[in-house]
Design a binder for this molecule. Structure first.
Ligand SMILES: [Ca+2]
Ligand SMILES: [Ca+2]
Ligand SMILES: [Ca+2]
Ligand SMILES: [Ca+2]
Length: 374
């Protein structure tokens, strides 16, 4: 959580106080903690049951201080949560990819704000090699350099279709001479070089703010597309929107396609084929506007980087703020995993996760996932 001293100052004459609106503060803290990566799903042990990784949910007696793994043990049943060892304060966000090309999923986690200053950047994302049974090796820094104003929001995907996972990280404001628009941000692209993420390559983008990013194949032949959520870049109007960056593996030759749909505050997004037409779709979690307290919007994909106009996912529980994707009933159709914005007290985040099955023609009622007690 970012603290802004101005927002807590109440001793100055009101005429001179620059109060940040609540929306802006929420959005900044949300951006910093990369809400798009609160959960991730993958079959970590190749037993066909999707497994779930939940990012560290912060302080509090019942919060998990590190990421946790929920191994699927059967249809909609999970073993008790198993913590993943990461440096103190790391793991607010999680992503899965195969960095070394051994076909075993590896875990990427956000770096730590708590770590002391040193030669390396403690906030750089880290990678943990997968063992193949739901456990992971020691966290190793991706050595993303310190950049003033960077949020280090990151995502993982194969951006040049070589079978190895690349990493992309929000890297602060683009330099003036290369900025696509004034105030544009830049991505730091770490293309995988024989199993090792390479040196960061700066790619300016026409977004003024990036609150999260996800990866998916929306019809590109050159590699995975990157979906950026936030402000600017031609999408979202005055609110937040989404922009697809294509051909990212080509670095500065990458192109952007803004998605016209507008949202108030985007809290998460997931890519999957929910209507079973073999074209990847998007489901966006947002709040404000039609989704006053939080909810999901379905955007049917056209497989060319464009989407049909959004429609509400009425099966999503009120207050839904996180969304992820897996095929939870093994029928070949992608389903949703949802969670709330916050979990307090005894209702830990894990116990509030729900899945929403897609039939291909619609979404069924949300059902809580079943997790064994430790
Ligand atoms: Ca599994
Ligand atoms: Ca691997
Ligand atoms: Ca589809
Ligand atoms: Ca399914």
């Amino acid at each position: 959580m970012t603290r802004d001293s101005r927002s807590t100052s109440n001793h100055q004459p009101t005429a001179q106080v620059s109060h940040e609106p609540l929306e802006r503060r929420t959005l900044l803290s949300g951006g910093a903690s990369n809400l798009f990566a609160r959960t991730t799903t993958a079959d970590l042990n190749n037993d066909t049951f999707p497994d779930i990784i939940v990012a560290a949910t912060g302080r509090g007696r019942f919060a998990n201080a590190t990421p946790i793994v929920l191994m699927g043990t059967g249809p909609n049943t999970y073993a008790a949560p198993v913590p993943v060892a990461v440096p103190a304060g790391a793991g607010e966000s999680v992503a899965i990819g195969d960095v070394d090309g051994d076909h075993v999923e590896d875990l990427f986690v956000s770096g730590s704000r708590k770590a002391s200053q040193g030669a390396t950047n403690p906030r750089s994302p880290l990678v943990l090699q997968g063992v193949g049974n739901g456990t992971f090796g020691t966290a190793a820094s991706l050595n993303v350099p310190r950049v003033a104003g960077a949020s280090y929001v990151f995502s993982v995907g194969d951006f040049n279709a070589d079978g190895l996972s690349d990493v992309v990280v929000e890297g602060g404001k683009a330099p003036k001479q290369t900025a696509v628009i004034p105030g544009g941000r830049q991505l730091l692209l770490l293309m995988n070089n024989a199993g090792i993420p390479g040196d960061p390559q700066e790619v300016p983008v026409a977004m003024r703010q990036i609150v999260g990013m996800i990866v998916g194949g929306f019809g590109s032949t050159t590699g995975a597309d990157l979906v950026l959520g936030g402000r600017g870049g031609g999408g979202g109007g005055k609110g937040q929107g989404l922009t697809i960056v294509r051909n990212l593996g080509a670095g500065t030759a990458a192109t952007s396609i803004p998605i016209p749909e507008s949202f108030n505050l985007i809290t998460d997004a997931a890519a999957g084929d929910f209507d079973n037409d073999d074209k990847l779709d998007l489901v966006v979690a947002s709040r404000g506007g039609a989704n006053r307290n939080g909810g999901l919007t379905f955007l049917k994909g056209n497989n060319d980087g464009t989407f049909a106009a959004g429609g509400p996912v009425s099966a999503a529980p009120a207050g839904t703020a996180t969304v992820d994707v897996s095929d939870f009933n093994a029928d070949g159709i992608d389903d949703l995993l949802t969670g709330p914005a916050k979990a307090r007290g005894r209702n830990t985040f894990v116990s509030t996760l729900q899945y929403i099955l897609s039939t291909g023609t619609g979404f069924q009622a949300a059902q809580p996932i079943t997790v064994a007690t430790a």
